[in-house]
Write a protein that binds this ligand. Structure first.
Ligand code: PLP
Length: 371
């Protein structure tokens, strides 16, 4: 089968070197070889996150990493300010409520960024909120939040508050600098910008987050960060890790180092601009506020008279181009083009060419009817 041009915002394609590493035979996960791999990956992740915070790698998808952030920092009935502007922000609300957290949800319209002033005002009005959660890059809408401004608003009103960040579709492709901004917990997911399959979540944990972790009393077991830290000190993980993904991660991090972090950030910016401009040239209307358009995923409305599902199906069947549709209330309304991880301009030019053909076909009823 011809290989697909997979342009969903996760999972993303794998470089050949990563695929080879994934095919390796198993090793003992309590041995010295894995200890060396874990150490190497942890250092590489800290480099990519631009942080000296502790780095925990959990065998779980991104949602598990988010759940760990809630379970390790909060206690029953405690309040959490959640600034949400899309499907993944809402998911954090669901996780926190499932754990008995009192969620104060500040909702922003889909396609818009979080307004730092609104976060500021809400914290001023609610003196008992000590934890804030924000999605850095909302993958459902293609919006990158102004995290520095949001973090500054939090620090101005409540310097001692914990700031938890979903960086699943940003970190590794977009700079954050957790210490500079005062982000206490930053969560990533392996299948987004990291060029490896789904199954690992990386969590950066600040000193303040560890202090909170000691006091936090929500139930936790598999996702207990302290277990992970103790095991790491012994060169391992508390539970059997997804070994193959670590093999792949080691190679992927090496590729990222070869490219260089600043180059990598620039490539994502450049490809995002290329994608946005290409979609606009095709006559599509973009969803995201242009001031906050994401470097890793671009969203566009499906033109009137077209069905998102049919368009996506035609792109896949006739061109091998795989894009994503809308989630939640955007279902059926938009298409999403992922451009994170192992991606070059040619991949996106092929997406645009395929879209051009299919939009043209849809606008020409006679051909559409005969096919
Ligand atoms: C993909 C994604 C998630 C969910 O991660 P899973 O790996 O599907 O559990 C959460 N938040 C954001 C911003 C994402 O992009």
């Amino acid at each position: 089968m011809a290989s697909q041009n997979l342009r969903t915002p996760g999972p993303t394609p794998l470089p050949p070197g990563v695929r080879e590493a994934l095919a390796r035979d198993m090793i003992a996960h309590r041995g010295s070889e894995f200890a060396a791999i874990l150490r190497d990956c942890t250092e590489g992740l800290q480099w990519a996150f631009q942080t000296k915070h502790d780095m925990i790698t959990l065998t779980t998808s991104g949602t598990g990493g988010l759940e760990s952030a809630i379970a390790n920092t909060l206690s029953p009935g405690q309040r959490l300010l959640l600034a949400s502007m899309g499907y993944f922000g809402e998911r954090v609300g669901k996780i926190a409520r499932a754990y008995g957290v009192d969620v104060v949800q500040l909702d922003f319209e889909y396609g818009r960024a979080v307004d730092p002033q609104a976060v500021y005002d809400r914290l001023q009005a609610e003196p008992d909120i000590e934890t804030v959660f924000v999605t850095h890059n909302e993958t459902s809408t293609g919006v990158l939040n102004p995290l520095p401004e949001i973090a500054r608003a939090v620090r101005q009103v409540r310097p001692e508050a914990l700031l938890l960040v979903d960086g699943i579709s940003s970190i590794g492709s977009v700079p954050i600098e957790p210490e500079v901004l005062g982000c206490d917990v930053v969560v990533a997911g392996s299948q987004k910008g990291w060029m490896i399959p789904p199954g690992l979540s990386f969590v950066a944990v600040s000193r303040y987050a560890w202090e909170r972790q000691e006091k936090a009393t929500l139930p936790r077991f598999y996702f207990d960060w302290l277990q992970a830290r103790r095991a790491a000190e012994e060169g391992g993980t508390p539970w059997t890790p997804a070994l193959s993904l670590f093999f792949g991660l080691q190679v992927a991090l090496r590729l990222m180092r070869e490219e260089g972090l600043q180059q990598l950030f620039k490539r994502h910016q450049r490809l995002a601009r290329f994608t946005r401009e290409g979609l606009v040239d095709l006559g599509l209307k973009l969803l995201a506020d242009p001031r906050y358009a994401s470097p890793t995923v671009t969203t566009a409305y499906v033109p009137d008279g077209l069905q998102a599902k049919q368009l996506l199906k035609a792109l896949e069947e006739r061109h091998g181009v795989v894009l994503a549709g809308g989630q939640g209330k955007l279902s059926g309304q938009i298409i999403r083009v992922g451009h994170m991880g192992w991606v070059q301009q040619d991949d996106l030019a092929a997406v645009l060419r395929a879209l051009q053909v299919e939009l043209q076909r849809a606008r020409t009823p006679s051909t559409a009817a005969t096919r």
